[in-house]
Ligand binder design. Structure first.
Ligand SMILES: [Zn+2]
Length: 290
């Protein structure tokens, strides 16, 4: 009898252990996703007036960051945006465009920056660009073996036969991205609601922003160029170089509603303050989980 009781106690201990293991396994089912924010260069806007449809910023200048982002997900890595052109790296002086409107520079190459986080371009299943302007497509061509997640309208606008001539500079910077997965609206990249491309057209025809619900205190929203700086978000100003004014205004409304509903922390990609704030947030997160 004693033996049987001991055996039963033993069995129940084993089954408790199994239940605990099950619980642990369930906890581990939550995908571990890592975000990195990297430096794709710097832009000095010598004439900030270009960033409003009126004269709000007349006579002002401003420094912009040019961030790009790496999202490591168990189902593959995503590059979000691609910084300024890599031929700026190593230039003795920053480059000023012929109109004098902006001055650009880039300190470090993609390969070096990826190396620091233990990756190479071969590790990326996906690349997605907020939009196809020169300061977001800098190193895009390096991702020729990745799938390019792009709105169908944006793809058509920037790669059709006439665009290859009319916008040859931009086309040259994205032409290696031949594995395009064309999107029509929002897209849940990994199918688990953690990394979602949100269609926010207007700045370009297929402009998009990125929603990240990756286990940080709050979900994050990366703005692309829906807004270029903080006052721009408060004032809801639209730059003069913009595909469709009304579309942009509508996207701003949709964006703000979505941000509020999801209690999302908004990061303006060209804001140097937001660049530093995100770096600090990710660093503190790392220390907390150690
Ligand atoms: Zn930009």
């Amino acid at each position: 009898m004693k033996k049987i009781i001991l055996l039963l106690i033993g069995l129940s201990i084993i089954s408790c252990k199994d239940a605990k293991k099950d619980g642990d396994a369930k906890k581990n089912l939550k995908p571990k996703i890592t975000l990195h924010v990297l430096d794709g260069g710097k832009i000095i806007i010598n004439n900030l007036e270009l960033f409003s449809e009126d004269t709000t910023y007349h006579g002002q200048s401003k420094e912009f960051a040019d961030a790009y982002y790496v999202i490591q997900h168990p189902k593959g890595n995503l590059m979000w945006d691609a910084g300024l052109p890599e031929n700026l790296v190593g230039m003795a002086e920053p480059f000023t465009d012929p109109s004098g409107a902006f001055t650009v520079s880039r300190k470090d190459s993609l390969a070096n920056q990826l190396k620091e986080i233990g990756l190479t371009v071969a590790d990326f299943k996906y690349i997605a660009l907020s939009h196809s302007h020169f300061d977001h497509v800098g190193h895009a061509n390096a991702f020729k073996n990745s799938t390019w997640l792009v709105q169908e309208s944006e793809h058509e606008f920037f790669t059709n036969d006439s665009a290859q001539v009319k916008r040859a500079d931009i086309y040259a910077m994205i032409k290696e991205l031949t594995n395009a997965q064309k999107l029509n609206g929002d897209y849940d990249v990994f199918g688990d609601s953690t990394v979602v491309i949100k269609s926010m057209p207007g700045h370009t025809i297929g402009h998009q922003v990125l929603y990240l619900n990756i286990g940080l205190e709050k979900p994050l929203l990366l703005t692309g160029d829906l807004y270029h700086f903080e006052e721009n978000r408060i004032n809801k100003k639209v730059p003069v170089f913009n595909y469709n004014f009304e579309m942009t205004k509508k996207s701003m409304e949709v964006f703000e509603t979505f941000a509020k509903e999801n209690n999302a922390d908004v990061f303006i990609q060209h804001s140097p303050a937001d660049f530093e704030r995100l770096k600090a947030l990710l660093k503190s997160q790392k220390t907390n989980t150690k």
